[in-house]
Design a protein around this ligand. Structure first.
Ligand SMILES: Cc1ncc(COP(=O)(O)O)c(C=O)c1O
Length: 400
């Protein structure tokens, strides 16, 4: 019998981290690598937020804090929900953790029993199904096809709900597709949920502020106030505020659920970093104008990548509404052979051959639950993106 737990045997390590690690190894070995795998902005944390962190250290705010967040940060989070989403939450309805990832994990650990099902639209952020498995539940994926803009329909959601469904785990704009649900599209889903009172909604709004063109972000409890009492609204400072390494995520929802999540955190990690919490207070309460400037760069890069990838033979790349990812289909490349003789049997083979033959690191679609595709993170310089897309074009032109 293995020394390791049976539960752990059900989950796999994060493939996005694996790609980033492999790219770093190849670079260390002297290869010319362009890594398009990492899901984080290439911009530095803004100066006023960094300064708040430094101030917290200088002022000795370096001790344990309340398990799920300092009152000042909870107040800033309540103000954010009121300001941005029209949602009214009290501090007792707010939980702060070490990143959005821990928020989601706490919520699943706090609620799932064996046989409980969690509906997850695919393609999904890589961690969702594995976190559900770790918490003892069963992920139920619903395919959000390219033809429907990588969004699921009301009929699909209706068909996936069973008496065992506990959560609908929703993410817009999405990692890995960048797809964002409009108000009407989301309302069609919340209408379904209104007919099934035993199903709760966990909405991962991590990319809220990374919304482009005329797309307007909306979140389930805002679109359907009738869901307020069974919605956990998850967000964080990692992406929009360029604070991935600071590790601050948060959620708001019913008080009893928040208390249960606090219990999980109190017996695992305790409070998130005190210094990061003070920096997050400044992020949420301070100036936000840098977000528009960053988004200008993201839109320019998105347009560049979508255009260049659509010029590559065998690739079809839809234009996403938000986040900093594109999720092109490589259906036209499957079954071919690369210039170096690699058979492109699936998207994993495509990504492997692309990395080995051109030095461009992307994450294959199977990792996100929808194939044959790959994910490009365009949160890197225009020059690197132009060079990488040029190499992808040459790679595709060489397929026979
Ligand atoms: C959709 C989504 N949710 C949550 C997270 C986790 O964010 P954090 O770094 O705050 O844990 C990520 C990070 O990649 C993400 O893409």
């Amino acid at each position: 019998m293995s020394f390791l737990s049976a539960t752990l045997a059900r989950v796999k390590p994060s493939p996005t981290i694996a790609v980033t690690t492999k790219a770093a190894e190849l670079r260390a070995a002297g290869r010319d690598i362009i890594a398009l795998g990492a899901g984080e902005p290439d911009f530095d944390t803004p100066a006023h937020i960094r300064a708040a962190g430094i101030r917290a250290i200088e002022e000795g705010k370096t001790r344990y804090t309340a398990v799920d967040g300092i009152p000042e940060l909870k107040a800033a989070i309540c103000a954010k929900f009121a300001r941005d989403n029209g949602l009214d939450y009290a501090p007792s309805q707010v939980s702060v953790s070490s990143g959005g990832k821990q928020v989601l994990y706490n919520a699943l650990m706090a609620t799932l029993n064996p046989e409980d099902e969690v509906i997850i639209p695919a393609p999904y952020w890589v961690s969702y199904p594995d976190m559900v498995l770790l918490a003892g539940g069963t992920p139920v994926t619903v395919e959000a096809a390219l033809e429907t803009g990588f969004k699921i329909t009301a009929d699909q959601l209706e068909a996936a709900i069973t008496p065992k469904t506990k959560w609908f785990l929703f993410n817009s704009p999405s990692n890995p597709t960048g797809a964002g649900y409009s108000w009407d599209e989301l309302k069609a889903l919340t209408d379904v949920l209104m007919r099934h009172p035993h199903v709760w909604v966990m909405t991962d709004d991590m990319y809220e502020h990374l919304a482009y063109d005329d797309f307007t972000f909306c979140t389930p409890a805002q679109v359907e106030p009738g869901l307020y009492d069974r919605t956990l609204t998850v967000n964080g400072v990692s992406k929009a505020y360029c604070m991935t390494g600071w590790r601050i995520g948060y959620a708001a929802g019913p008080e009893a659920l928040i208390a249960a999540m606090r219990k999980v955190q109190s017996q695992s990690t305790s409070n998130p970093c005190s210094i990061s919490q003070w920096a997050a207070v400044e992020a949420l309460n301070g100036p936000h104008d840098f977000i528009a400037a960053n988004n200008e760069a993201f839109v320019r890069r998105r347009n560049l990548v979508v255009e260049m990838l659509n010029e590559a033979e065998g690739i079809e790349c839809p234009m996403p509404q938000g986040a900093f990812y594109v999720y092109p289909s490589i259906a036209g490349c499957i079954g071919k052979t690369s210039a170096n003789g690699a058979r492109i049997v699936d998207d994993e083979a495509f990504a492997t051959a692309l990395l080995e033959e051109t030095g461009v690191a992307v994450v294959f679609g199977a990792a996100f639950g929808l194939s044959p595709n790959f994910r490009v993170s365009y949160a890197t310089s225009d020059e690197a993106l132009r060079e990488a897309c040029g190499r992808i074009q040459a790679f595709c032109a060489g397929l026979r």
